[in-house]
Write a protein of this length. Structure first.
Length: 231
């Protein structure tokens, strides 16, 4: 795991005058969880095998890309080092718990994700921001790549951008506002930059992540949605 030194920052989806959000030191998996890693977990906890998970915990397409093998399902050999997707929040949460970890909360994820390859805060690097935006505009049918093929960021973390979307512990929780969930001023500041001429183009990717997370339900299983763990 990568050690992330904490600090204070203002998530890009908040207004410019919103209070800073404090993040304590934490550990974050260097790469997303792979099919092989999740398969090992399923062997230990078969209640998370495809076809055995209760409908309340995952949609029907849970682990849709795994193939029949023996009495269960497993990833294809060529997919072993690709990130596991078609995974629900409940399954991701259970996996991290089994490893003595947890899903990162949204502030932790955003804090780590703002790093470029050379800086803890790469949010003002035009080339870095454009690279991220290019991925968000990429066709969704592009072939899935193995984890860790990109250049690590400042913290030594791979694939926070450019591979998959990732679950967070509080993916659609009001705590994403930073501080008290009753902070009406912070709530009013959400998306304040979406109007004509007021938004920094570098904020668009964060707006997209916020919008995507807000649309999710914990049982959703999507072909581009995976996870990693924190501690």
């Amino acid at each position: 795991m990568a050690a992330i030194r904490g600090g204070s920052f203002r998530p890009l989806y908040l207004a410019a005058d919103a209070p800073l959000s404090k993040v304590d030191n934490f550990l974050l998996d260097k790469k997303p969880v792979t099919n092989a890693q999740f398969a090992a977990f399923v062997r230990q906890q078969p209640q998370w095998q495809r076809g055995r998970v209760q409908a309340v915990f995952a949609e029907k397409q849970y682990l849709y890309h795994w193939v029949k093998q023996g009495n269960g399902y497993a990833p294809r050999r060529e997919d072993a080092n690709k990130p596991v997707t078609y995974i629900s929040w409940f399954a991701a949460h259970a996996y991290c718990q089994a490893q003595g970890k947890k899903l990162p909360d949204t502030l932790q994820w955003e804090y780590a994700a703002r790093a470029s390859s050379t800086r803890a805060d790469g949010s003002q690097e035009a080339g870095y921001r454009q690279k991220i935006l290019n991925w968000y505009g990429k066709a969704s049918h592009s072939p899935m790549q193995n984890v860790g093929q990109d250049r690590a960021n400042y913290w030594g973390v791979h694939n926070l951008h450019g591979l998959i979307w990732e679950w967070t512990e509080d993916f659609n929780n009001a705590s994403m506002l930073g501080g008290d969930s009753r902070n009406a001023k912070a709530a009013e500041g959400m998306f304040c930059g979406a109007g004509g001429g007021t938004a920094d183009p570098g904020d668009y990717a964060a707006f997209m992540r916020y919008g995507f997370r807000s649309s999710l339900q914990a049982k959703f299983t999507l072909n581009s949605l995976g996870f990693r763990c924190a501690k």
